[in-house]
Design a protein. Structure first.
Length: 481
């Protein structure tokens, strides 16, 4: 999201209440706007199906299909996209923009082979209707493509157009779903899946056109990004571990709790746990906005000043002063984010206790929501700290934090299942809390020893270009060329 940070700096040049309001509204629109629009569309479709009398079992199948498509598209592409993000950032820094668009084509070719094969195996033995399976397969593949495209869109300056594409796609999907349900003989849930396929397709076409318009130059290095896996593999595993840990507690409840359900011998999930977890996750959206506004603007200014002095041979006193300012800014902004998010988390819990029972939540589900909201609070702050560590190229600390989170997410959730219903959700909270403490320790250690990391641990770019996969990348580039 660095591109968004640069655009926000322009808005912050105009001081005043209105300028700050515009910056916050802009960041909300381009960061969580698509999420809010998607959630609204899904909720509307569910209410519409309930209104026209579609049975709960069929609505559960639809919900599970969408949930599986979203979750596993993120998991299967998470580490891959993190590596692409690093490659894209380096190409932009080196001014080699002509390599960016070919890498999009090459990366899609590889990820679609992996994702397509996994989805084929998953749906091959499913007893669901063939048309429904094919539509669900398309939804998953489209979400994988959209996830990869989002990496490239982060470098595009026209973020408003990108956000509008989600809005237009959602509106078109809602209209299509209504027409298919009202005026065709297709099953209702099949109509909704087809509508979602069209919605995501519109978004993909819009994003792809915007990326192609922005990156016009082309080279033949379609697979050059592969060589990054030799020396930046920790970034790959960092995102994999974090994403799996984020859904690890759900997976444990799917497979080992007494509340899990099996739909058509295809989908296994635990709605009594998954729904509170989903709403609890929404409570941390403010941090996603604050991170872009505060860290990408305030922190980056001090960060760039420090490394500018280091790289241009400034005197030690100036470097030391810049280092103190950078560390003070990091701690200040991090504490600010923690305080504001804590306010929103507590407010979400209070509102949830009043409003969620009206939406059909049982007392047990409300209790799970409360503890999970605290767990997601810890996790989102840990995520911010991991991102700061990656700013400093401390891939080992970030990866260890993500691995710690994934392991504890599974282990503690297993433990709470055996302890009983009263403890459901506590495992994820404990995993988040311990991982947050672990990440804080890693950040403090890095900042206290930053001179060592900056001046003593340096790897030249040429060394990073060499590796076991460099030859494979060269051969694939020649084939692609």
């Amino acid at each position: 999201m660095a591109g968004i940070g640069f655009e926000l700096k322009k808005l912050y040049k105009d001081r005043g209440l209105m300028a700050n309001a515009r910056a916050y509204l802009y960041s909300i629109f381009v960061t969580v706007g698509p999420v809010v629009i998607s959630v609204t569309a899904i909720t509307f479709m569910q209410f519409m199906l309930k209104y026209i009398g579609v049975e709960r079992y069929e609505r559960d199948i639809l919900q599970a299909t969408i949930m599986y498509s979203f979750i596993f598209s993120v998991i299967i592409s998470s580490g891959y996209c993190m590596m692409l993000s690093r490659y894209l950032s380096d190409r932009l820094y080196l001014g080699e923009k002509e390599d960016i668009l070919p890498s999009l084509y090459g990366s899609l070719a590889i990820i679609l082979m992996v994702a397509g094969l996994a989805a084929c195996i998953f749906y091959y033995m499913s007893p669901l209707d063939t048309a429904y399976r094919f539509s669900a397969y398309l939804l998953f593949i489209e979400l994988v493509i959209e996830t990869v495209l989002s990496v490239y869109v982060s470098a595009v300056k026209n973020f408003k157009k990108v956000a509008y594409s989600f809005f237009y796609g959602t509106v078109l999907g809602l209209i299509t779903g209504y027409i298919l349900i009202k005026y065709t003989i297709l099953e209702e849930i099949l109509s909704v899946i087809i509508a979602f396929d069209l919605c995501i397709l519109v978004v993909i076409v819009s994003l792809a056109c915007e990326v192609q318009r922005y990156f016009k130059g082309k080279s033949t290095l379609y697979f050059n990004f592969i060589r990054y896996y030799d020396h930046f593999y920790l970034i790959f595993f960092t995102n994999i571990f974090f994403t799996v840990g984020l859904y690890g507690h759900n997976f444990v409840f799917w497979g080992f709790s007494g509340m899990h359900r099996v739909l058509e011998n295809t989908y296994v999930y635990a709605p009594s746990y998954d729904i509170p977890a989903f709403y609890a996750f929404l409570s941390v959206i403010p941090t996603l906005v604050m991170f872009i506004v505060k860290v990408e603007t305030e922190f980056y200014e001090k960060y760039s000043k420090y490394f500018y002095l280091v790289n241009n041979g400034a005197c030690y006193e100036d470097i030391a002063t810049a280092k103190k300012e950078m560390k003070r800014t990091i701690y200040k902004e991090l504490i600010y984010i923690m305080e504001v998010q804590l306010f929103f988390t507590i407010a979400s819990i209070i509102l949830g206790m009043k409003l969620l029972p009206l939406a059909g939540f049982t007392a047990g589900m409300v209790d799970m929501y409360n503890i999970l909201a605290l767990g997601y609070y810890c996790v989102i702050i840990m995520f911010v700290i991991m991102t700061i560590l990656l700013y400093f190229d401390n891939e080992k600390s970030a990866c260890k934090t993500a691995l710690h989170f994934m392991a504890t997410s599974f282990l503690f959730t297993f433990a709470t299942i055996y302890l009983g219903v009263t403890y459901y959700g506590l495992g994820f909270f404990m995993a988040g809390l311990m991982s947050l403490i672990f990440s804080i320790i890693q950040l403090v250690m890095h900042l206290n020893n930053i001179d060592y990391y900056v001046f003593c641990i340096q790897v030249s770019w040429k060394e990073k270009e060499r590796g076991l996969l460099a030859g494979l990348a060269d051969r694939l580039n020649r084939i692609g060329g």
